[in-house]
Design a protein around this ligand. Sequence first.
Ligand code: NAD
Length: 258
Amino acid sequence: MSLDGKVAVVTGAALGIGKAMTEILLQNGAKVALLDVNETAGKSLCEALMKQYGQEKTLFLSCDIQSEEQTKAALKKTSEVFGGIDILCNNAGILNENTWEKTVSINLMGVIRSTYLALEHMNKLNGGRGGVIVNTASMAGLGPLPSCPVYTATKHGVVGFTRAMAAASSASGYGIRVNAVCPSFVQTELFANILDKLGQFSHLADATKGMVEKFGTLSVSQVAECLLELVTDETKNGEALVVTPQMKKYMTFVNTIQ
Ligand SMILES: NC(=O)c1ccc[n+]([C@@H]2O[C@H](COP(=O)([O-])OP(=O)(O)OC[C@H]3O[C@@H](n4cnc5c(N)ncnc54)[C@H](O)[C@@H]3O)[C@@H](O)[C@H]2O)c1
């Protein structure tokens, strides 16, 4: 799939992985709406991107994906300004075992909410053009991060939602592929603050540091390259692409219910 002229929405676009995803989509010819709660960082990134790629290529929309109203409004605005939506990157996420309900609300409910609202614009059965959704899960979506049970649960939820939505979309004729990227640790603010966010599991900080030493860290651009692959390769649907500094591979799952 060529990205020329395609319209993408990236949540959590102001910083970290979302910023790198936004940049790779722009570099490949897409128009990108940046959705984020961080207005200062989002606006300043958007201004810089407008200078580099052109005024008409990008747009910042202040949006907390926990809010149905804000998310709906941001997607509507994107569709009005750019003329439809082809790509949704559900990337916004937090890691905080203290505020675990908020972690569930953003990481899992936010992904589901944005997906369902975006279907209204993308679904071929509703007059949309179809397209692709890529969810930023994590390696913690495939195996446990012991110091972060709730983060682990949300990311397992994202992987499950991705796979079931992909199957539901193809069985229903929505014309939308749905994939997940599952990175190990990535050099971002979220990563830099992990050890302060472990809550009742802060005694497991050393074990977490040990895992970081074992795996090493990815750059945001390595994750953005995976996004590009999942967006452009039209054979990929329902996939979980694992990426670590050592390897990149598509997960194979034991299918117990089909
Ligand atoms: N950094 C890692 O080690 C790592 C590894 C695997 C997966 N991930 C996942 O990657 C995604 C991006 O994380 P990151 O490391 O770039 O984090 P980050 O903290 O650097 O950036 C996250 C961005 O999301 C935004 N955001 C947070 N809550 C939001 C909300 N409610 N609505 C809209 N925007 C919101 C923030 O303002 C920020 O701009 C997350 O889903 C995270 O779980 C990160």
